[in-house]
Write a protein that binds this ligand. Structure first.
Ligand code: RIB
Ligand code: CA
Length: 327
C-alpha cells in the first residue's frame, strides 16, 4: 500500500525535485501540497508549486500557506541571514532558487482554504494516519498545532528537512528552514508526533553529481530533464558558495526526505536524540542536540549521514517513470 503523505514546500529548486519524486513514486500517495514562504515569498512558492504539478499533469490539490513566520519579523533584534553571494556562470547570474521555475506558467489554481485550515480539517477527519513531510519553514504545521494540538493523533510521522549538527548554511549555527521560523520548528518538534529530521549532515553526504545528472538526462523523460536542470543549477551554486566533499555535486535536500520514505536506508547513522531550537542571538535557528550521556528525553530521530549512491538510484528510477519528452 502506498504511504499517504502531505508535502509542505517553499518551492524552490530542491522542493521541485521532492514534489516530482512524490508524484512519481508508487510507494507514495501525495494527498496534498501546502506552500509556505521561505526560499521566496508565498506568491512565488505557491506559483512554482502549481507549475510542477501542472508539468507532471498530476491531480494534487495545492493549499497556499503562511506569508510570514510566526513571530520572527516582529523582533527587530533577530539576526539577518548572511548575504547570498551572487554567482555568475557563463555570463549569467545563477541562483540556488530562481523567483520562478523555468517551466510553463501555471494555469491550474490553488484551493480556496489556507494550508493551516486544510491541515486541521484533513487531520480531524482522517480515517487513517498520514505522514507529513515538511521541506520548508514549519510555519503552517505550527499554526495547525496551535489551532488544534489533538490533530497529532492522526499523524504517523513528521519528516522534516531541517537542521544541522556539523553543517549549517544560512548562519554559522543554523540551517535555513529552521532559522526562518525557529519558534514554529520548536512547536512541531515537540508536538508529540514521531519526528525525523533530515539535516544538512545527511543531505550534504547524499549529494547528487554531474554524472548523476547525465543519467537523468539520458532517460529522455520530462522529469529526468527537469531534475537534471535543477541539480546542475544547484551544482554551479554549491561549487561557488558551499563546495561539498564530492566534486561537482549538490545537496538536493528536500528530495532526500521522499527518498527516505521509499528506502529508509538512504539515511545513515540515524539516532534518537533530544533537540531544542535556539531562538536568539548566535544560536537563533540552531538545532541544539543534547548528546550527553544523561540527556533530556529524546524527541526526534536525527540522521547524521546519507547514502548518495542509493539516493541517485532512487531519483533515476523515479525520473524514468515520468512521461517521455516530446520528440
Ligand atoms: O537549508 C535547505 C533548505 O532550505 C531546503 O529545504 C531549501 O529548499 C530551503 O528551503
Ligand atoms: Ca525547501
Amino acid at each position: 500500500m502506498p504511504r499517504k503523505i502531505i508535502l509542505d514546500v517553499d518551492t524552490g529548486s530542491d522542493d521541485a525535485v521532492a514534489i516530482m519524486s512524490a508524484i512519481l513514486s508508487p510507494d507514495v500517495q501525495l494527498e496534498a501540497l501546502c506552500s509556505v514562504a521561505g526560499n521566496k515569498e508565498i506568491e512565488y512558492t505557491t506559483e512554482n508549486t502549481l507549475r510542477v504539478v501542472q508539468l507532471l499533469k498530476a491531480d494534487v490539490p495545492v493549499y497556499r500557506g503562511a506569508k510570514y513566520p510566526l513571530v520572527k519579523f516582529l523582533c527587530p533584534d533577530r539576526l539577518p541571514e548572511d548575504e547570498h553571494l551572487e554567482v555568475v556562470h557563463d555570463g549569467k547570474v545563477v541562483q540556488m532558487h530562481s523567483d520562478y521555475l523555468d517551466i510553463p506558467e501555471a494555469k491550474i489554481k490553488e484551493q480556496p482554504i489556507s494550508a493551516a485550515e486544510f491541515y486541521v480539517k484533513y487531520l480531524r477527519e482522517a480515517k487513517e494516519p498520514v505522514t507529513l513531510v515538511a521541506v520548508g519553514p514549519l510555519t503552517n504545521l505550527a499554526l495547525a498545532f496551535r489551532i488544534d494540538p489533538t490533530i497529532v493523533k492522526n499523524i504517523e510521522e513528521i519528516v522534516i528537512m531541517g537542521g544541522g549538527y556539523n553543517i549549517t548554511n544560512c548562519t554559522p549555527t543554523a540551517e535555513f528552514n529552521i532559522w526562518y521560523d525557529p519558534e514554529a520548528a520548536e512547536i512541531v518538534i515537540n508536538s508529540g508526533a514521531k519526528v525525523t529530521l533530515v539535516p544538512l549532515d545527511a543531505t550534504h553526504a547524499a549529494c547528487i553529481t554531474l554524472d548523476d545528472c547525465k543519467r537523468f538526462r539520458a532517460l529522455n523523460t520530462v522529469a529526468g530533464k527537469f531534475i537534471a536542470e535543477l541539480c546542475e543549477q544547484r551544482i554551479i551554486v554549491h561549487n561557488a558558495t558551499q563546495p561539498l566533499d564530492v566534486p561537482d555535486a549538490a545537496a538536493v535536500h528536500d528530495a532526500l526526505c521522499i527518498a527516505y520514505l521509499i528506502d529508509p536506508t538512504v539515511l545513515k547513522d540515524v539516532r534518537h536524540v533530544h533537540c531544542n531550537v535556539g531562538f536568539r542571538d548566535f544560536c537563533e535557528g540552531q538545532t541544539i542536540l543534547d548528546m550527553r550521556y544523561f540527556t533530556e528525553p529524546a524527541n526526534c530521530w536525527f540522521a547524521f549521514d546519507g547514502d548518495r549512491f542509493k539516493f541517485a538510484d532512487i531519483l533515476c528510477d523515479l525520473a524514468a517513470k515520468s512521461e517521455p519528452l516530446a520528440e
